[in-house]
Ligand binder design. Structure first.
Ligand code: SAH
Length: 342
C-alpha cells in the first residue's frame, strides 16, 4: 500500500491493527508529510520491527522531476513529473508578492473537452491519487528549498471529477501533523459540476472556489464548455450563491477573454445581470495560445472596456497576470505529455 496516500486516520488503523502503538502512526505521518522523507531507513526514531514491517508491506508513491522549465520573463517554473506508471503531468511554481504558490494537476489529461484548453486534447487518462497531488507540492518545495504557501488546483484535470482524491489531498495537506496549510490558501477551480459544488458547500471543507464561467449566457457557454449542456448557467450561479451562504466564502468567476467571441459590451451587460445578486469576484484571463484552438486573445482595449464596465456596475473584477507564457505554463497551456514528444 502507498503509505503517503493515507490520511492520519487510515494510517492509525493500519499501524494499530498490526500491533504497533498509535503514536507511531503520527511519527510516520510527520516523517512523510512534514519532513518530506520518502525513504523508510531514514526514519530513525522508529524501532527496527516497525521499519521491517514498513519495508516489507508498504511503499511510498514517488514521482520524479522529468524536466523543469524556467521562465526568463518572470520567476515562474514549469515542472514535468514522471509518475510511477510512466505518465507525465505538469505543475507550475509561481512567485507572487504575497508568497510562493503551486498550480497542480488533478488528473492525467481531462475529460471535459473545453475547446480552448490544451489539457483536454488527449482526453482523460486517469485520476491522480491524493499522494500524486501532494507529491507535486512536496517535490517543488524540495527542488527549490522553499515552502509553498498557497495552492491552486488549476492544472490539468477537473478536480470535481476526482472528488474523493481531492478531498483526501486537502485533508492531508491541511493536517497539523503534516504541512498544516490553511484551507484558506487552497483554491479549487471547476468548469461547473453543480452536484459537487453543493457537496463541497454541505461538507463545508472551506476552500476557495473558482468557477470557469467564460460566457454570460447558456448558448455561448455550451459552445466553449461541452459539460455546460448538462449544467445550465443559471443553476450554476445559484449553486455558487449557496456555496457562499454555507461557507462564507466569496466565489471567483474566471472569464477567459476571446476576441470577438465573449468580449463585447453586450457580453459585459449580460455578465452584470447574471451576477447582480452574487458576492463574487470576476477574474478576466486574456486567452493564452493553444495550438488546437483558432480563437485569439481579446485586444487590450476590449479587455479594458469589459473591466471598466464591470467595475462601474459594482462587480469586483481583476485581470489575471500572464505568468510563464514563454514556457507554456500559463492557464490552459498544461497538457499531459508522453515520453516520446519530449
Ligand atoms: N477543470 C478546471 C481546472 C482547470 S483550471 C476548470 O475548468 O476550472 C484552468 C483554468 O484555465 C480554467 O479557468 C480554464 O478555463 C482556464 N483556461 C483554459 N484554457 C485556457 C486558455 N487557453 N487561456 C486562458 N485560460 C485558459
Amino acid at each position: 500500500m502507498y503509505l503517503n496516500n493515507l490520511d492520519m486516520k487510515e494510517l492509525q488503523e493500519i499501524i494499530t491493527q498490526n500491533g504497533f502503538p498509535k503514536f507511531r502512526s503520527e511519527q510516520i505521518f510527520r516523517w512523510i508529510h512534514k519532513n518530506l522523507e520518502d525513504n523508510f531507513t531514514q526514519m530513525h526514531n522508529l524501532p527496527k520491527d516497525l521499519l521491517d514491517y514498513l519495508k516489507n508491506k508498504h511503499t511510498i508513491d514517488k514521482m520524479t522531476i522529468y524536466k523543469r522549465f524556467n521562465s526568463t520573463e518572470d520567476e515562474t517554473k514549469k515542472y514535468l513529473f514522471r509518475l510511477n506508471d510512466g505518465n507525465i503531468i505538469e505543475s507550475v511554481y509561481l512567485k507572487y508578492h504575497f508568497g510562493e504558490s503551486a498550480c497542480i494537476s488533478s488528473q492525467v489529461g481531462c475529460a471535459m473537452g473545453c475547446s480552448f484548453c490544451a489539457s483536454t486534447k488527449n482526453g482523460k487518462l486517469r485520476d491522480l491519487r491524493a499522494s500524486e497531488m501532494l507529491g507535486q507540492v512536496y517535490e517543488i518545495q524540495k527542488d527549490l528549498g522553499i515552502s509553498i504557501n498557497s495552492i491552486v488546483v488549476m492544472g490539468s484535470g477537473e478536480p470535481f471529477d476526482n472528488y474523493e482524491n481531492l478531498k483526501k489531498f486537502i485533508e492531508i495537506i491541511t493536517s497539523p501533523e503534516g504541512k498544516n496549510l490553511s484551507i484558506r490558501k487552497i483554491t479549487v477551480s471547476t468548469c461547473g459540476l453543480i452536484p459537487s459544488i453543493y457537496r463541497a458547500a454541505d461538507e463545508n471543507i472551506g476552500f476557495h472556489l473558482a468557477i470557469s464561467l467564460h460566457a454570460a449566457n447558456q448558448t455561448k457557454r455550451e459552445k466553449l464548455i461541452p459539460v455546460a449542456k448538462k449544467y445550465p448557467i443559471t443553476d450554476l450561479v445559484k449553486s455558487c450563491r449557496y456555496y457562499t451562504e454555507k461557507t462564507g466564502r466569496r466565489v471567483t468567476y474566471e472569464y477567459v477573454m476571446i476576441h470577438h467571441v465573449n468580449d463585447s459590451l453586450q457580453d459585459a451587460e449580460e455578465l452584470v445581470s447574471l451576477l447582480r445578486n452574487s458576492i463574487c469576484l470576476v477574474n478576466l484571463i486574456p486567452l493564452n495560445h493553444v495550438t488546437e484552438f483558432e480563437g485569439t486573445q481579446s485586444t487590450s482595449q476590449s479587455i479594458a472596456m469589459f473591466y471598466n464596465y464591470l467595475k462601474k456596475n459594482k462587480i469586483n473584477v481583476t485581470i489575471r497576470r500572464e505568468l510563464g507564457k514563454d514556457i507554456n505554463a500559463a492557464c490552459g497551456q498544461l497538457r499531459n505529455q508522453s515520453m516520446e514528444n519530449q
